[in-house]
Design a protein around this ligand. Structure first.
Ligand code: ZN
Length: 134
């Protein structure tokens, strides 16, 4: 216990806007103090956190101290097809619990949208098309 992986990013500090290299600690994939950068593929060994088959995931991470203002705090880490793709404010993902991870809908693109309605209706016309089916 207590282990975590690290993601090295250079971002603007949410508190003082200073652009600096920062470390994000997170627990997803095999958790063994691996160091990653954006674009790296997560490792999945026997013991792991999360779901290697999930295509889009957001992970709650911890953004370590800002060298300028000592800010630290939660940050969202986005994983697509097991690749670390981006980080963003946790306010964008209100469903994400601290130290947890969350699978996103497959067709998500930047914002959470409910799944499309299933195909229904059009049966009221009586028969409908379909005569062209082989
Ligand atoms: Zn700062």
């Amino acid at each position: 216990m207590g282990a975590f992986n690290s993601l090295d990013v250079t971002i603007d500090c949410p508190a003082c806007q200073m652009t600096a290299p920062r470390e994000i600690q997170f627990r997803y994939g095999t958790v063994w103090q691996y160091r990653y950068r954006l674009g790296d593929v997560l490792r999945w060994d026997r013991d792991h956190v999360g779901d290697p088959d999930a295509s889009d995931v957001v992970v709650d991470g911890w953004l370590c101290e800002c060298p300028g203002c000592d800010h630290e705090g939660r940050i969202a880490v986005y994983v697509r097809e097991n690749v670390l793709t981006a980080v963003g404010p946790v306010e964008d993902v209100p469903q994400l619990a601290e130290l947890e991870w969350l699978a996103l809908p497959r067709e998500q693109s930047g914002e959470l949208t409910p799944p499309a309605a299933p195909w229904h209706g059009a049966d009221d016309d009586g028969g409908g098309p379909g005569g062209s089916a082989p």
